[in-house]
Design a binder for this molecule. Structure first.
Ligand code: ZN
Length: 323
């Protein structure tokens, strides 16, 4: 049993992990349920739910624990969630400590229900350090890296529902191909921003993988988790940066409070540098009642459009004040 994703860059960037991910998935899963019903999957975040839907299609019923716009770092399970999780045949989490407050529950659950933390399967040498011995969990905005989370989903769904194996493999292969094409497309779009202006200032550090993949300097007002408070020193340091580099826009996020971004803009304005809000980026959540992308592919495209417009100065609202 082996999922065969498209060759080329995926193999170069993520390839070595595949063998042991498959081995691990096959070794730890109990025998599949042959009831013929669609596997009941609970995903933790909207982004992980999208991943499972892309691979599972109509064969899989995906229930997403967190609603759009919810911050996964601080999310605590409700009694109803515990019930939803307990009835699942498979729980898919993002992993790498993204769902910090769910860790104990997921660990406990793992003794009875299959739990797959997709990003935990990525090779450690592709991950960014977030300090304190943990990796940065925000891997999804590097589309090529995220494509490495597809094979574990294909293998796990196939083990749960063997009749669907051919479908899962075909959808998984097509999805990896689309993510790699998106990766190339985004690299080209972002390269159009002059290098000195290619600085993404956001509310929290959700875009470090994005920055590494697409050559964008990334600065978060808050740390890698929204659980950390931004200090006055952090804000002052950032004010210096945006004023001296004449950065035209700062970005807010759909799942994070705007308070820190507001403090940064006020600090810059006090020094005669007006910064536009370059747009509201999808960070740890996609979809939602206010419209916006329901898939990660759509969210990445919307983000990149906003970043290109904001940093090229096309977004308006910048008075051109120089330091
Ligand atoms: Zn985050």
């Amino acid at each position: 049993m082996f999922f065969d994703p498209p060759k080329s860059r995926w193999r170069r960037r993520v390839g070595p992990v595949l063998g042991w991910v498959v081995a691990l998935a096959c070794a730890t899963l109990p025998p599949a349920d042959a009831s013929g019903k669609p596997p009941r999957v609970v995903a933790t975040t909207t982004i992980v739910a999208d991943l499972v839907r892309q691979v599972g299609g109509d064969r899989v019923a995906v229930d997403c624990l967190m609603a759009p716009g919810i911050d996964p770092h601080s999310y605590k399970a409700t009694p109803r969630d515990a019930d939803r999780l307990a009835r699942a045949e498979l729980v898919v989490a993002s992993g790498l400590h993204l769902e910090g407050k769910l860790a104990d529950l997921l660990a406990k659950l793992g003794r009875r229900v299959r739990v797959l933390a997709v990003a935990d399967a990525l090779p450690a040498d592709k991950l960014l350090d977030a300090g304190a011995g943990v990796h940065d969990p925000h891997v999804w905005f590097d589309a090529a890296l995220w494509s490495g989370c597809v094979p574990p989903v294909v293998e796990t769904l196939s083990a749960l529902d063997p009749d669907g194996t051919a479908d899962y493999r075909a959808s998984g292969t097509a999805y990896v191909e689309r993510l790699l094409a998106l990766d190339a497309e985004m690299r080209e779009r972002l390269a159009a921003i002059p290098r000195e202006r290619r600085v993404l200032v956001t509310a929290h550090d959700a875009f470090r993988y994005f920055g590494r993949a697409y050559d964008v300097e990334v600065v978060g007002v808050q740390g890698t988790s929204t659980e950390a408070e931004a200090g006055l020193g952090d804000v002052n340091r950032l004010v210096d940066l945006v004023v001296t580099r004449n950065i035209p826009a700062v970005f807010v996020e759909t799942s994070v409070s705007d308070r820190n971004v507001a403090a940064l803009r006020e600090g810059a304005a006090a020094r005669g540098h007006a910064m536009a809000i370059g747009g509201r980026l999808h960070s740890d959540s996609i979809g939602g009642p206010q419209g916006g992308a329901a898939t990660l592919e759509g969210a990445i495209r919307e983000n990149v459009e906003a970043i290109v417009a904001g940093l090229s100065g096309e977004g308006g609202g910048v008075d051109g004040a120089a330091p």
